[in-house]
Design a protein around this ligand. Structure first.
Ligand code: 5GP
Ligand code: ZN
Length: 117
């Protein structure tokens, strides 16, 4: 856990969030500022800063579990069959705001262009 990290606080229950799915390694909750009818955040329970820090082989299992959690959350949210998009913002050019690694899961409508302006 990292002091002052919003997502670590959500993992620990210090800040509430609308939970969709949880397992031993990950949580999935609704984004507070949704950009699509379904906009979820898939978050590892441990604080991984951002993929620019470089992943270790230890992280491989955890990273795999995030995609498993994303698929579960897509199923629970009803977008598994209609389709969805997963996005990981990394570093300044991506506009990343929260430095705790997370995957955005977006769906529930036909999504626009992959890359914004
Ligand atoms: P980033 O820009 O870092 O990829 O995405 C961070 C996301 O976290 C944003 O979409 C933002 O709306 C969401 N977010 C920031 N603070 C909170 C919070 O306290 N609760 C929830 N549920 N989402 C948050
Ligand atoms: Zn954190």
């Amino acid at each position: 856990m990292k002091e002052g990290c919003i997502f670590c606080k959500i993992v620990q229950g210090e800040i509430s969030a609308e939970m969709i799915y949880e397992d031993d390694k990950s949580i999935v909750f609704k984004d507070i500022n949704p950009q699509a009818p379904v906009h979820l955040l898939v978050v590892p329970k441990t604080h991984i800063e951002a993929s620019t820090d470089g992943f270790t082989s230890y992280d491989a299992e955890l990273l795999g579990s995030l995609f498993f959690a994303a698929e579960k959350a897509a199923e629970i949210s009803g977008v598994k069959n209609t389709g969805f998009r997963l996005i990981i913002n990394t570093g300044p050019d991506s506009g990343q705001e929260v430095p705790h690694l997370h995957i955005h899961l977006l769906g529930g409508k036909k999504l626009g262009r992959l890359v914004g302006d």
